[in-house]
Design a binder for this molecule. Structure first.
Ligand SMILES: [Zn+2]
Length: 231
């Protein structure tokens, strides 16, 4: 069954030409594994990556800015699409690009690919949801998390995945401070994650960083704002 679904997804998923065929197969394998081992949310992340219009790129860690990253693929296009309204989340993904580093695949192996897609996949969903809610022009629906909120949720997503995956995945989670053994049980470490966010990113509830709409230039504005001054 999983072979069948992979073939199906292989036709839908959008890879940039920077991603060679062998790496595409490894990425599909990682997404299969995320769906197989993850919880309901991890399955959603995997399906979002595969069946939305999200673009997947491959580059050096230097260009990607780490093991992986997410940014808008087409900033002016995104702004136009938001401005014309009614943008669905899966369609909004067309303006979002998920980058994975060559080094992640070569040195991190399947574990590195899975970890990167779980974490960056959550970030990609945040971008698409931000664009979709901004296009709805309903202020109460606006999704515009701070950098602290985005990293906290992406780290939690990774932590729960590493815990479910067990073995060397769990050991990596413990090493990163995402997991801890409490009373003999492997648990997600919220305090470890917060410590990591503070130390590695300078992000705390008091210093939450910028909101997602400012994470690109030009800044994304809610639909209608320019015309009616609603917000
Ligand atoms: Zn992140």
């Amino acid at each position: 069954m999983s072979g069948l679904s992979s073939d199906l997804f292989a036709e839908i998923m959008i890879f940039d030409e920077s991603v060679p065929e062998t790496d595409r197969n490894r990425i599909h394998q990682a997404l299969d594994d995320i769906e197989h081992h993850g919880d309901r949310f991890h399955k959603r992340v995997s399906r979002f990556i595969r069946s939305s219009d999200l673009n997947v790129y491959l580059g050096t860690a230097k260009n990607v800015g780490g093991s992986g990253s997410v940014r808008l693929a087409d900033q002016w296009g995104a702004r136009r699409a938001v401005g014309s309204g009614g943008l669905a989340m899966f369609d909004a993904a067309a303006y979002v690009r998920l980058n994975i580093a060559r080094e992640t695949i070569d040195t991190g192996g399947q574990r590195g690919i899975e970890g990167t897609f779980v974490h960056e996949g959550k970030h990609a969903m945040d971008f698409a949801m931000m664009l979709a809610t901004f296009s709805s022009a309903a202020e109460e629906k606006i999704f515009n998390p701070t950098a602290f909120q985005r990293e906290l949720s992406a780290h939690l997503t990774s932590a729960f995945y590493l815990r479910l995956r067990g073995g060397e995945y769990a050991e990596e989670g413990i090493g990163l401070g995402l997991l801890e053994v409490r009373q003999g049980e492997l648990s997600v470490s919220t305090s470890g994650i917060r410590k990591r966010l503070a130390q590695n990113y300078g992000l705390t509830p008091e210093t939450p960083g910028r909101t997602l709409d400012t994470a690109s230039f030009p800044r994304i504005r809610p639909a209608g704002k320019r015309w009616f001054g609603l917000f």
